[in-house]
Design a protein around this ligand. Structure first.
Ligand code: ADP
Ligand code: ZN
Length: 294
């Protein structure tokens, strides 16, 4: 029996089980760290789990060589800044704990049971309030100094075509600053969900997302890219992104996956709202495996 937590800024989803067939979940609002963790711990005590995985909002410190390892780092959420979420859960339950980002958890689930099943090299990107994502290479999540921050890729931005300055507090017109849901709303003066499919917002959105995907494809060489999040509920965006991706790539990479088979390369998620908590079970499995001597 494994436990998974999808730790979001507004809600926590806790699950116990081994996968999509048998997972049992509960959810509750994210309040103070003490109260929220106590609710999660009470749920897992009822299910006697052997290990816990946490896919968390962030940024989180995942570098074992860093003094803040296992903590949420900079967040405006009261009480959560520098809170050691992995430490709190681990010491309350006395079981191995693995922590990663919410998007890395979603990627693990999509690569095990969903839209990238069977692929060892894949990318998962969410386009929502922010833009974030994770990458898997050779079956392992990419980590390093920090977790990937692909929402902040810097892109060419033609101010004559798109005078919107962008809204990232650090970079203004990075990918997230130009293309996350709040940027669309600010540029066009209405929420993205209210924009008709024929609105010029969408080809522009597809342009920025395709620029990001070109850079990621060239740098990380994924075999498939899964695009999720609120903005990607606009299913017509997928074909716009694929066409713009092909136009920008301009025939340079000749593999069929990124030429005639783009409908299998840039794809929607398969697990929808359950990817985060299911991926946290995969993290729990990894925590258990590394705690047990082979
Ligand atoms: P979060 O990123 O906060 O976890 P979401 O992935 O749902 O949550 O993203 C929320 C953002 O997505 C908001 O900016 C919202 O306007 C936008 N959004 C949500 N649903 C849709 C939709 N159906 N079409 C377009 N934009 C949407
Ligand atoms: Zn930025």
């Amino acid at each position: 029996m494994l436990g998974g937590i999808e730790a979001g800024g507004t809600k926590f989803v806790c699950g116990a089980g081994s996968g999509p067939e048998d997972i049992h979940t509960v959810q509750f609002p994210t309040t103070s760290p003490q109260e929220t963790i106590a609710q999660a711990v009470a749920f897992f005590q009822q299910h006697s789990v052997q290990a816990i995985g946490i896919g968390s909002f962030g940024p989180v410190d995942l570098d074992e060589r860093s003094p803040g390892f296992g903590s949420i780092t900079s967040t405006p959420k009261p009480g959560w800044e520098n809170f050691s979420i992995a430490g709190a859960v681990g010491s309350a339950l006395g079981v191995p704990v693995a922590l990663d980002t919410d998007t890395n958890a979603a990627l693990l689930a999509e690569a095990r049971w969903g839209a990238a099943a069977g692929l060892a090299d894949a990318l998962y990107i969410t386009v929502g309030t922010g833009i974030g994502g994770g990458a898997m290479a050779n079956g392992k999540l990419i980590h390093g100094l920090m977790h990937l921050e692909i929402g902040h890729l810097l892109l060419p931005h033609d101010l004559k075509l798109d005078p919107f300055p962008g809204r990232c507090p650090y970079h203004h017109d990075c990918l997230e600053g130009l293309a996350a849901g709040p940027a669309i709303a600010a540029r066009w003066g209405m929420p993205a969900i209210n924009l008709e499919p024929s609105h010029p917002a969408w080809p522009l959105e597809a342009h920025y997302l395709a620029l990001g995907l070109i850079n990621l494809t060239l740098a990380l060489s994924p075999r498939r890219i899964v695009l999720g999040g609120g903005v990607m509920q606009q299913m017509h965006l997928f074909d716009l992104i694929r066409a713009e991706f092909a136009r920008l790539m301009n025939g340079y990479i000749r593999r069929r996956e990124v030429t005639e088979q783009l409908e299998n390369y840039i794809v929607p998620p398969a697990l929808q709202g359950r990817a985060g908590v299911l991926g946290s079970l995969v993290l729990a499995e990894q925590a258990l495996a590394s705690a047990q001597p082979a």
